[in-house]
Unconditional design. Structure first.
Length: 175
C-alpha cells in the first residue's frame, strides 16, 4: 500500500511535465507579398496618366503590416508622375477576401512639359497618401489586387497636386 501511495504522489509531480504537445520547430515572423500591376491616375495637372506599379507588403501582426509602393504613370506627351511611398496598413481576412486601408508617406517626381528652349524640368515633392483596396486569394501563394489611392503632393507650384490612382495587379506570397 505504501508503494502505491508513493507512486501516486510521484506521478502527480511528474504529470505536468508529461504533456502530449509537440514543441514548434519554427515560427513565421510575418507574411511577405511582392506584386505589381497596371495603374491609371487622374491628376489635376493633366487629364489621365497610365503606367505601372510595384508593391511589397509585410504583415507582422494579425491585422497590421507595412507596405511600400512605387508608381510610374505618364501621358502621351511625356508628362509623368513617379512616386515612392511607405506606410502602414490595416487589413482583415474574410475567407478569400482581404480588404485593407493604408496611410503612406513618400516622395514624388513630376516631369513638366518642355520649355521653349527644349529644357524639360522635373522636380521632386513630399507627399502623403491614403487608400483602400482588396486582395483576393486565388491560391495560397497568389493574390489578385484592386487598389485605390489618393495622394496629396505638398508644395507643388505653390499649391498641391492631388492625383487619385487605381491599380489592378497580382502578388506572390512567400511561404
Amino acid at each position: 500500500m505504501l508503494i502505491r501511495v508513493v507512486a501516486f504522489i510521484g506521478l502527480l509531480g511528474v504529470a505536468p511535465m508529461m504533456r502530449a504537445q509537440a514543441v514548434p520547430t519554427g515560427e513565421r515572423i510575418g507574411n511577405l507579398k511582392v506584386g505589381g500591376g497596371f495603374s491609371s491616375a487622374r491628376s489635376d495637372y493633366a487629364d489621365r496618366y497610365n503606367g505601372g506599379a510595384a508593391y511589397i507588403n509585410f504583415d507582422f501582426l494579425p491585422h497590421l503590416g507595412v507596405e511600400g509602393e512605387f508608381h510610374y504613370v505618364k501621358d502621351s506627351s511625356d508628362l509623368y508622375e513617379k512616386t515612392y511611398e511607405v506606410g502602414g496598413r490595416y487589413f482583415r481576412t474574410y475567407r478569400k477576401f482581404v480588404p485593407y486601408g493604408k496611410v503612406m508617406y513618400g516622395r514624388g517626381v513630376f516631369n513638366f512639359p518642355a520649355l521653349p528652349d527644349g529644357f524639360r524640368p522635373n522636380l521632386a515633392y513630399n507627399l502623403v497618401a491614403a487608400g483602400v483596396g482588396v486582395d483576393y486569394k486565388v491560391k495560397p501563394y497568389l493574390y489578385v489586387r484592386a487598389d485605390w489611392e489618393y495622394q496629396m503632393w505638398m508644395g507643388f507650384q505653390d499649391s498641391s497636386l492631388s492625383p487619385s490612382i487605381i491599380t489592378i495587379g497580382a502578388a506572390y506570397r512567400f511561404r
